[in-house]
Design a protein around this ligand. Structure first.
Ligand code: PLP
Length: 392
């Protein structure tokens, strides 16, 4: 068995390394001897060729979610896609109503955007998930109102891995004439996504959670029936007027390639990750007081959020210098407050502060898992040992 490279990277939910095949594609669109032209340049062949690259990537991303390429709007990531979906939709559909429904454990890109909308005069209902991190369709039905314009509920939670039944939730939103948005940044490649079968109106996507580059993402915007979204970034009218700015050909080609590879390797990737998850869980069996915050029967297998009773999460993180993991969402890592997601599903504060999120991916090996387990067992036992009393 090979010795793993340290630190062992178990933070794939924060970001995944780009696949080398993706990087190889990205390198074709930058330098003077390559296809570096502005894809919006209509006056010469180089511009048209760059545009073709963009359109191929648009098809690759659309194919991965069962969409029409014309429904894909490029953004700088899922954060911008979430902003565009929520603010852009609510502003463009004021006559439909000023009410938005979302949940307390959405990614901050949705939570903070919904707060910004509240300041703008929109009204938000915050649904509380169950212990399993999921929102039930009945719960959504009870919250729906005549003036509800949009429902935004994530497909897979980034801290827990819990999976919402987005098709059932979208059906409830539509029953009341509202549109349905889902943040699918963590769902691509983990669960089947089909915007037609699942009746999704707006879907946020990210490049870097799927072995593509950081700094690129997309918003799926349904065309039939036409979903109207007001631009947040003006100038030039790119992307059917919804998002202006020169398109980064290399980033977009990279995301397209990453999504195409994801489709080719979907079964292989998921079988690999499920094996790693089982190995990891089996390896922890001997350790007392370890609880899964992740609802194992309703979650993607690449995210495991675990509480280590009696151990401070921050101290465990420090003790695990050779394992790259996180105490919650990376965006919150500067704060020592317990994760709002764990508190949001009713985890007691002490257990929330004793929790770490482990996440695996395509390049994680069994040797990584075994070595990480040895380090975790050692660190947890060390932190639980009561300090020796000084002899007098
Ligand atoms: C569920 C979810 N939404 C949105 C984002 C933000 O994505 P991006 O980094 O592409 O802006 C993330 C990544 O942390 C995420 O996990």
């Amino acid at each position: 068995m090979t010795t793993p490279t340290l630190p062992i990277y178990l933070d794939y939910a924060a970001t995944a390394p780009a696949d080398a095949r993706v990087v190889e594609v990205m390198q074709r669109y930058l330098t003077v001897d390559q296809l570096f032209a502005n894809p919006a340049s209509r006056s010469h062949m180089l511009g048209w060729q760059a545009e073709q690259v963009i359109e191929q990537a648009r098809r690759q991303v659309a194919d991965a979610i069962g969409a029409d390429p014309r429904e894909i709007v490029w953004t700088s990531g899922a954060t911008e896609a979430d902003n565009l979906a929520l603010i852009g939709f609510m502003r463009a559909n004021r006559e439909r109503g000023l009410h938005l429904i979302t949940s307390t454990i959405e990614h901050k890109a949705v939570v903070d955007t919904a707060h910004a909308l509240e300041k703008e005069g929109f009204e938000v209902t915050w649904l509380t998930p169950g212990r399993d991190g999921c929102i039930q369709p009945e719960q959504l039905r009870d919250a729906m109102r005549d003036d509800t314009a949009l429902v935004s509920l994530m497909a897979v939670n980034n801290e827990l891995g819990s999976i919402n039944d987005i098709a059932a939730l979208a059906a409830v939103a539509h029953e009341f004439g509202a549109a349905f948005h889902t943040d699918a940044a963590q769902a691509v490649g983990r669960i089947p996504l089909d915007v037609v079968a699942q009746q999704i109106d707006l879907m946020s996507l990210s490049g870097h959670k799927t072995y593509g580059p950081k700094g690129v993402g997309a918003l799926y915007v349904r065309r039939h029936p036409d979903i109207r979204v007001e631009a947040l970034i003006h100038g030039g009218g790119h992307e059917r007027g919804m998002r202006s700015g020169t398109l980064p050909t290399h980033q977009i080609a990279g995301m397209g390639e990453a999504f195409a590879l994801m489709q080719q390797q979907y079964d292989e990737d998921n079988a690999h990750i499920a094996r790693l998850q089982q190995r990891f869980l089996r390896g922890l069996e001997g350790l007392e007081g370890v609880y899964a915050n992740t609802p194992l029967d309703r979650a993607v297998p690449n995210i495991l959020n675990l509480a280590f009773e009696g151990v401070d999460g921050e101290s465990l993180l420090m003790a695990l210098r050779d394992v790259a993991v996180s105490t919650g969402s990376a965006c919150n890592s500067a704060s020592v407050d317990p994760s709002y997601v764990l508190l949001g599903i009713g985890t007691p504060r002490a257990l929330a502060l004793s929790s770490l999120r482990f996440s695996f991916g395509r390049f994680t090996t069994e040797a990584d898992i075994d070595h990480a387990l040895t380090l975790i067992r050692h660190a947890v036992s060390g932190l639980r040992t009561p300090p020796r009393q000084a002899a007098d």
